[in-house]
Design a protein around this ligand. Structure first.
Ligand SMILES: NC(=O)C1=CN([C@@H]2O[C@H](COP(=O)(O)OP(=O)(O)OC[C@H]3O[C@@H](n4cnc5c(N)ncnc54)[C@H](OP(=O)(O)O)[C@@H]3O)[C@@H](O)[C@H]2O)C=CC1
Ligand SMILES: O=C1OC[C@@H](O)[C@H](O)[C@H]1O
Length: 371
């Protein structure tokens, strides 16, 4: 029997910044190099606030493909009948308006993290998604990596027992003394600071190892604590730490940190169990290596066996989330089973609470809907 033709999935790209560039480069990697045979990605249109930037983006990142349309507004991408899904790569505080406009125009949406400025905005988007029967997913690319799937398998195969403690950090040195105050990592108008930019990654590992663990039965954390250390430069959070307790069905705690003024430790994720540990090497948004340690006796800490696994592929890892979107849309799903709406909402609820405890108030008008 002849093999079925792959689905050709047509993307409209919103914005031309750093992440839009990375995403498009990966879209154009031959899917067969990652053993994907059912989907092919096509960049149909690029929208920017400047048509010249959109054209330059196509020239640089899509080999000047004449079939790709360059638009000087985002609205033209949403209105393009040849676009199946819109990828939103603008700064966090613009996601709500951009995603809403795309959904109202009837497009499926893949939206960068942090999905919105707050949970109320995300709830509103998810309501719209359901009303319009469209697909919506937060672009938490890490969750779709082959390494992540393997960590999940090990975490849930029962060999290590139930999780007890998880430490996860994502930090990066952004040279905040020397970059402009309008840089998105410093500008409160753009949701600057560590939590909304870097926090999704420690969270992804807490979600995978604790929230998703079968023994947890999808129970949300029963308590959240947070502490923020602000930078005097613009008063956004420079270092943030937060803890989540999962006590409904587990007895487990996640201790999560992020900073825009330092680099991450190695390992950057440690998940501890009675019978061993899982250690994940940085960067935790795209780790290539993890190690499982097994103890001689439960709780002893005496490592008698260690297995390290490394994962390599062509491209930089953003194509896996693109495959997920195309397959979900093809199959008529409104959300991904791997990174569903419940998880994006959990992240935003946690971030709201940590910002509340850390007294990080976004400037007036930034949050389009208040909690
Ligand atoms: N998944 C991942 O690995 C990563 C995700 N991100 C996420 O992607 C988003 C964007 O980050 P990044 O690409 O680094 O940001 P950049 O500043 O490099 O790009 C943002 C783009 O958004 C558009 N834009 C629209 N309005 C504004 C505005 N008022 N100020 C600034 N830019 C605006 C611009 O494109 P134009 O002028 O063409 O309209 C700009 O180039 C963030 O939400 C971040 O969390 C970031 C890095 C990695
Ligand atoms: O998503 C991200 O991952 C890598 C970080 O350096 C970046 O700031 C962040 O947005």
């Amino acid at each position: 029997m002849a093999a079925a033709q792959p689905l050709v999935f047509r993307w409209g790209i919103i914005s031309t910044g750093m992440i839009a560039q990375s995403f498009v480069k990966d879209l154009l990697v031959d899917p067969k190099t990652r053993d994907t045979h059912d989907v092919i990605h096509l960049v149909q249109a690029v929208g920017s606030r400047s048509v010249e930037k959109a054209q330059e983006f196509i020239t640089t990142y899509a080999a000047g493909d004449k079939k790709i349309k360059a638009y000087g507004t985002y609205a033209e991408v949403y209105a393009d009948p040849d676009v199946d899904a819109v990828y939103i790569g603008t700064p966090h505080t613009l996601h709500y308006e951009n995603a809403k406009d795309a959904l109202l125009a009837g497009k499926h949406v893949l939206c960068e993290k942090a999905t919105t400025s707050n949970a109320a905005e995300l709830r509103d988007l998810l309501k719209l998604t359901k009303e319009r029967k469209l697909f919506f997913m937060e672009a938490l690319w890490t969750r779709f990596h082959p390494l992540t799937k393997e960590v999940k398998r090990v975490a849930e195969d029962g060999t290590l027992g139930d999780p007890i403690t998880l430490h996860a950090d994502l930090s990066g040195f952004f040279d905040i003394e020397n970059i402009p105050k309008t840089h998105r990592i410093l500008d409160p108008q753009l949701g600057g600071g560590a939590l909304l930019d870097l926090g999704p990654y420690p969270m992804i590992w807490a979600v995978l190892a604790l929230y998703e663990h079968p023994s947890n039965k999808a129970a949300r954390p029963t308590s959240i604590t947070g502490s923020m250390l602000k930078t005097p430069i613009t008063d956004v959070d420079m270092c943030t730490s937060f803890t989540l307790n999962f006590t409904e069905h587990l007895r487990a705690q996640a201790v999560l940190t992020c900073s825009i003024a330092a680099s991450s430790p190695t390992p950057a994720v440690t998940i501890r169990y009675l019978k061993g540990n899982i250690l994940i090497q940085p960067p935790i948004y795209c780790p290539k290596t993890f190690t499982v340690q097994y103890f001689d006796k439960p709780g002893s800490g005496n490592v008698v066996r260690e297995e390290t696994r490394t994962f390599e592929y062509v491209g930089n890892g953003w194509h896996f989330e693109a495959d997920e979107v195309a397959r979900c849309v093809r199959d008529g799903k409104l959300e991904s089973e791997t990174w569903g709406h419940d998880k994006s909402l959990l992240l935003m609820d946690v971030f709201d609470e940590v910002r509340r405890q850390g007294n990080y108030v976004l400037p007036e008008g930034v949050e389009k809907i208040k909690a």
